[in-house]
Design a protein around this ligand. Structure first.
Ligand SMILES: [Zn+2]
Ligand SMILES: [Zn+2]
Ligand SMILES: [Zn+2]
Ligand SMILES: [Zn+2]
Length: 256
């Protein structure tokens, strides 16, 4: 197709603008309804290949004549067997003058649709397409594998974090319990010791007061006897106090 217009090319020669409905791939021409009828009746064109233009809408497939590279306006209508190349009618006298078999393209291409060239080329494209399809699928699979394994690793990291947090919470709880037990044990011990000290303190104060009372109000005899009596127990009390002083060790919590 040589122009983008959708008008009949046959009619446009007669300055008419009619909408083209078919494309003749043999004439490389768009045709309107009337011209199609004529094309199908006329002896010279009745076997031409007409393509429904509506079926070609949006298709990238182009069906048009191929022109000679040297003679740009002349289509490639011949095939030279000797050179294994297509050529135009202008090429023949200049390049293929002495060539034996220069065939019209229709003759050379007569059985092309059943030829091994067609079969082989088609199969080759199919095989390449299949290979490309595989290559594309490998990559698509790879992408989805990466997506999946990313999610799995996220999950794993999250589980690991949860596990660590749980362990840390357990450790904290254990440390708190240990601390509380340790505190209770030490406070109990300190209070027990203080109870003993208080008892001894009262005892000592009592003796002190006895002496002061007897000094004020008692006789010398009474004070003498009291001092003798107190003297028997004083060593015991001193020993107990010394023991308490030596055994006392300030209790504190060890830092972690
Ligand atoms: Zn027409
Ligand atoms: Zn035609
Ligand atoms: Zn040519
Ligand atoms: Zn030739």
């Amino acid at each position: 197709m040589t122009s983008n217009s959708s008008y009949c090319e046959s009619c446009s020669g007669e300055r008419k603008s009619t909408v083209a409905i078919r494309f003749c791939s043999d004439c490389d021409e768009r045709l309107c309804k009337e011209c199609v009828k004529y094309h199908q009746k006329c002896k010279a064109t009745k076997f031409h290949h007409l393509i429904d233009l509506t079926s070609m809408l949006g298709s990238k497939i182009s069906i048009s004549k191929t022109f000679c590279e040297i003679h740009e306006d002349v289509s490639l209508d011949f095939y030279c067997t000797q050179h294994d190349t297509e050529c135009c009618r202008v090429c023949i006298p200049s390049k293929h003058q002495s060539c034996k078999d220069v065939l019209p393209l229709e003759v050379a291409s007569k059985h092309i649709k059943n030829s091994s060239l067609f079969e082989d080329t088609l199969r080759e494209w199919q095989n390449i397409a299949k290979t490309l399809d595989h290559l594309r699928n490998y990559r698509i699979d790879n992408v989805s594998e990466l997506e999946k394994s990313e999610s799995a690793i996220y999950e794993e990291v999250k589980n690991w974090k949860d596990h660590l947090i749980k362990q840390i919470n357990n450790l904290e709880e254990k440390l708190n319990i240990d601390l509380s037990n340790h505190k209770k044990k030490n406070i109990d011990q300190l209070r027990k010791e203080n109870a003993e000290i208080s008892e001894l303190y009262s005892n000592v104060r009592e003796r002190e007061q006895e002496l002061e009372f007897l000094k004020e109000h008692g006789s010398n005899n009474q004070l003498y006897l009291k001092l003798r009596e107190q003297g028997k127990g004083v060593q015991d009390i001193v020993k107990r106090v010394q023991k308490m002083a030596i055994s006392y060790k300030k209790v504190h919590f060890e830092e972690i």
